[in-house]
Design a protein around this ligand. Structure first.
Ligand code: FAD
Length: 460
């Protein structure tokens, strides 16, 4: 059995994204000798082409409503507000550069060696570094694959004209007419973003309703609110082909309609980023979902090769990749054996407008799981919108297991739903009962207080 000293590093991480950076830093703080290889950008998807720029653009889009809402509160704007895409895009670029620098300093400060190269596996302890001029190898006791995901676009005539979510952030100009293909959270978020920024916006989805897997009432409510805000939702249809004209794209749909737009975004899913990673060199195979299976210690079928984050099964979320990294370091670089990571009750948000926040089971999942459930739901116009004149509504919902009174799901569509559900998630995670919600005093006047004042049963 090889000893630690035989290798140049105790841990070599491939991919400096959400999970890789955290694992490298935390392992280094235990005294391990750690290197991280990254060929594109520090911080990975989340910082560069995911959560961060998306949330910044979502903030930008929210101003549209704020300007409209302000008049009822007495504010008079000098004229119609105008939006400058290049200011937003370039400020976003500067902010991400700043974050890239922070990541670099954090890694270096923790004593992690940063290697700027594309990496591939050569064997169970050896990694090839593909640098501009030459290839070299480096050895490590353990190698962590944290290479994340990459957007995937299905092939259809003209699919080459579609941009993916990596490209959409840096468009040259803001599209007057924007079309997004897809029904997942990324598609829904970008529809809200471009609608808010003033583009005529279309969302095309082949299914009945977007956001499959979310609570049905949440999906229907979000659909109605997004339509009210002016997003054109086209369900039960797909893109048949895209034709480029001199200065636009004609998008032909399978329902016989044609839409002329300036940008087509394909938000049609992501695949594990394993191209050229050399999985075959160590005998690793993908599962039926195209991910690398791991055990509770994040070991692959080749025990010296670890994997976490979006290339492994499990929710594709930054806090999940980070939790996995913390757990991996506990398991491999500290004394004792931590309990397996618990993937239940992971809260999540969709930053469409209005936002969705959710934790625990949907009503449909709860009906499957428990004999009897109670559903408490409220749907109201927030106080802010009395004077603003906006017709935006808010949905809040608690799903309770009747036998135990435990709140097994909490859902919200409305302003700052992600912020509010983060707090509620602690209660749901802790397994608190509806009775505990009821005996919590509300904060008045807020929308959030509805979560502790819902007394009337909506349905069983
Ligand atoms: P990543 O962060 O993807 O990092 C992988 C890194 O590996 C990359 O930097 C890549 O360049 C590098 N790499 C790949 N191959 C190699 C190689 N061979 N050699 C060297 N380096 C390599 N999550 C949330 O929690 N909230 C959100 O709001 C949210 N919004 C999102 C919005 C969008 C548009 C997208 C695309 C994703 C979003 N996500 C969000 C998901 C989140 O970004 C991912 O779950 C998270 O980044 C996964 O982290 P990771 O460590 O697995 O990989």
């Amino acid at each position: 059995m090889a000893g630690v000293s035989e290798y140049e590093y105790d841990l070599l991480v491939i991919g400096a994204g959400s999970g890789g950076v955290r694992a490298a830093r935390m392992a280094a703080t235990t005294g391990a000798k750690v290197a991280i290889v990254e060929d594109r950008y520090l911080g990975g998807t989340c910082v560069n082409v995911g959560c961060v720029p998306k949330k910044l653009y979502s903030y930008a889009a929210h101003y549209h409503d704020s300007f409209d809402d302000a008049a009822g509160y007495g504010w008079q704007l000098p004229g119609p507000a105008s939006f400058d895409w290049s200011t937003l895009r370039d400020n976003k670029i500067s902010e991400i550069k700043r974050l890239n620098g922070i990541y670099q300093r954090m890694l270096e400060g923790a004593g992690v060696t940063l290697i700027n190269a594309r990496a591939s596996l050569a064997d169970a302890h050896t990694v090839t570094l593909h640098e501009e001029q030459r290839d070299s190898t480096v050895t490590a006791q353990k190698v962590l694959l944290a290479t994340g995901g990459w957007p995937w676009i299905p092939e259809f005539p003209g699919s080459e004209y579609a941009v993916d979510s990596n490209q959409v952030f840096d468009l040259e100009t803001s599209p007057k007419r924007f079309l997004v293909l897809g029904g997942g959270y990324i598609a829904v978020e970008f529809a809200s973003i471009f609608n808010g920024l003033g583009s005529e916006t279309h969302l095309i989805y082949r299914g009945e309703l977007f956001l499959r897997g979310f609570d049905q009432q949440v999906r229907e409510f979000t659909c109605a609110e997004m339509e009210r805000k002016g997003v054109n939702l086209h369900f039960n249809t797909n893109i048949e082909r895209i034709e480029a004209t001199q200065d636009a794209y004609n998008v032909y749909l399978t329902n016989g309609n044609m839409l002329e737009v300036d940008v087509v975004l394909a938000a049609t899913g992501r695949k594990a980023n394993i191209q050229g990673l050399g999985l075959d060199k160590v005998g690793l195979e993908l599962d039926e979902t195209g991910k690398i299976p791991v055990n509770d210690r994040f070991e692959t079928a080749c025990p010296s090769i670890l994997a976490l984050g979006d290339i492994t099964p499990g929710p594709e979320l930054t806090p999940v990749a980070i939790a996995e990294a913390m757990h991996l370091v506990e398991s491999h670089f500290k004394e004792g054996t931590p309990e397996a990571l618990d993937y239940t009750t992971i809260p999540t948000a969709v930053f469409c407008h209005p936002n969705i926040g959710t934790v625990g089971l949907s009503e449909e999942e709860a009906r499957e799981k428990f004999t009897n459930i109670r559903v408490y739901s409220t749907n109201f116009r927030a106080m802010k919108h009395t004077l603003s004149g906006s017709h935006e509504r808010t949905l809040m919902k608690l799903v309770v297991d009747d036998a135990t009174d435990v709140v097994v799901g909490a859902h919200m569509v409305g302003d700052d739903a992600g912020e509010i559900i983060q707090g509620i998630a602690i209660a749901v995670r802790a397994g608190l009962r509806k009775h505990d919600f009821d005996r919590t005093v509300g904060i008045h006047p807020t929308g959030a207080e509805e979560f502790v004042t819902m007394r009337t049963l909506t349905r069983t």
